[in-house]
Design a protein around this ligand. Sequence first.
Ligand code: ADP
Ligand code: ZN
Length: 436
Amino acid sequence: MHYWEPEIEARPRADLEKLQAQRLQATVAQAAKSPYYSRLLKERNLTPAHFRSPADIARLPFTTKDDLRASFPYGFMAVPVKETVRLHCSSGTTGNPTVIFHNRHDLQSWANLVARSMFAAGARPDDVFQNICGYGLFTGGLGFQYGAECLGCLTIPAGAGNSRRQIKLMQDFGTSVIHAIPSYLPRLREEFAELGLVPEKDTKLRIILTGAEPHSEETRQRLQELFKCKAFNSYGLSEMNGPGVAFECEQQSGLHLWEDCFLMEIINPQTLEPVPPGEIGELVLTTLDREAMPILRYRTRDLTRLLPGDCPCGRTHRRIDRITGRSDDMFIIKGCNVFPVQIEKVLMRVPQVGSDWLIILDTVNGTDEIIVQVEVQADGFKGDLQLLEALRRKITHEVRDEILVTPVVQLVEPGSLPRSEGKAKRVDERRKGRGA
Ligand code: ADP
Ligand code: ZN
């Protein structure tokens, strides 16, 4: 058995699109029960009958995070409160959080998607799964908890932080699969080193699932090297449940977006027109299997592209490339557009670079500067000053080649940069009149 749900995952495209069309119509009918969409559909004289094929989605305007915020808390709710059973909020990385409500059906559908995703990455019911991330309103906690239980794994709700305890749990219960955000994993590995342990000998770890933050292929390579096992990219957002929207299969070549449950578009964020297939644009998603709070044409602000061709795994759901970042992650320095992940990519290629790094944008003597603070590996810092200077120069040149601006690189001691328990904050905007 290669799939969790063969009849859905390997369904011929034409049948999959038929299912999407049916579900789109049902979703629009359901959305019409919410105050927000009922008004919107009336204003445009649209009824569910206007939605006969996936392409008909273009009749609708986009929904943005601001729309969700403006209708906080119940404007998008399509069922009475008494029929809902849980709410989640987004992490609030970019402002006020948004709230999403679920009924029983929604939670079952979500858990199934996470189980399907974990299975695609190679997890099986006999795995012991440790979920190393914040529980509570953040969807990575309960989302993976119920998904892994649905798959049938013994599931350890370990929560975030406390690396020593994480390692003890891994050893005590024979953890073979973990989920954690990418910025935390190098720190977990540091703790192994401090205890004189190595994951490949002292644990049964075989699969890492990681997501919630943009990270480059270079970071994946580094994580695989650090833990001597495979790492898979997990994509999701609270507005579309959370984890389980798109996931890498064992091929590790792009993330299958589960098209039976989400209708995908990729648009040019300026013109709002679809980009030609294969070009980078903003991912726009419509829920196709949600009852309590359907969302139509949601602008995720996440940038990606459609990958061409079929995946050797045989799944027919199309693949997206790893997320480059959010459109609002981009900063402009000396006239150049830069995404933090470009700098991360360069740093992760340098073996002496340690667990953390921080970009500071500042005005120095009237000009904008980009300062990149980089933690060095513990043994690297014992090295002589000349070696450190050579390393600093090498990083400066490589970052410059990537972003076309010369940064001020500062090497700092391991563990000296601020660490957060949730998503890492990689950019510190100190320029006058910008940032928060
Ligand atoms: P917030 O939007 O406040 O961060 P969420 O917890 O809902 O709240 O986070 C979802 C966002 O996290 C996505 O829109 C995306 O920007 C980011 N994200 C999630 N998974 C990945 C991933 N695998 N790669 C890159 N970014 C990701
Ligand atoms: Zn595949």
